[in-house]
Design a protein around this ligand. Sequence first.
Ligand SMILES: CC(C)(COP(=O)(O)OP(=O)(O)OC[C@H]1O[C@@H](n2cnc3c(N)ncnc32)[C@H](O)[C@@H]1OP(=O)(O)O)[C@@H](O)C(=O)NCCC(=O)NCCS
Length: 175
Amino acid sequence: MLESSRVILAPLDGEDISDEHIQWFNDPATFLYLGTKFGQTKSTVKAYVQSIKPPNLICKIVVKPDHRYVGNIALQHFDSVHRRMELGIVVGVVDARGKGIGKQACSLIIKYAFEHLNMHKITAGTVAENISMDKAFRDLGFKVEGRLLEHWYVEGKYHDVYRYGLLGPDFKPVL
Ligand SMILES: CC(C)(COP(=O)(O)OP(=O)(O)OC[C@H]1O[C@@H](n2cnc3c(N)ncnc32)[C@H](O)[C@@H]1OP(=O)(O)O)[C@@H](O)C(=O)NCCC(=O)NCCS
């Protein structure tokens, strides 16, 4: 378990997947910027969770003090040569968004990646219009390394995507 002032990250098990959890991924406001789209079921989400093997990891984001499970966060694409992993996050509970939870959860898992997995770099990406994600990444020290033009199709048009990278010395934790 990883813990900061407002957030606990605990490993996500296939058995943790509830109907509410499935609804997160079938909500257009949530899947707008995610790789997955409408049509998720317990079995598709469970298969995805079970496909993530250590040292890659996927965790539940649990908010203190009431221990509400509000989203998931993952580190994937572990690269043992170049010491990189890719960060992904969803705060599925709509009323938990915009309160600093996403940024703090990212900070906590990045700290783990640098201090325990000996990562050299964390990578991430999001649609340029995803203001809260972009702000969280920049606040944590990520640099925009590229803008992929018309890379993401949502709501009838193509959107640009930012690719980000974070090196250890640039990391500004929010814990
Ligand atoms: C993107 C997401 C993970 C961000 O998490 P969050 O908990 O909502 O974000 P935070 O509250 O930590 O916000 C980060 C910053 O953005 C700011 N922010 C949020 N919405 C904003 C807006 N519309 N305009 C300006 N700033 C905004 C917040 O104030 C915060 O800055 P601060 O710490 O200086 O106050 C979450 O909203 C989410 O899961 N959305 C749906 C799925 C998704 O987009 N996942 C990411 C795919 S890459």
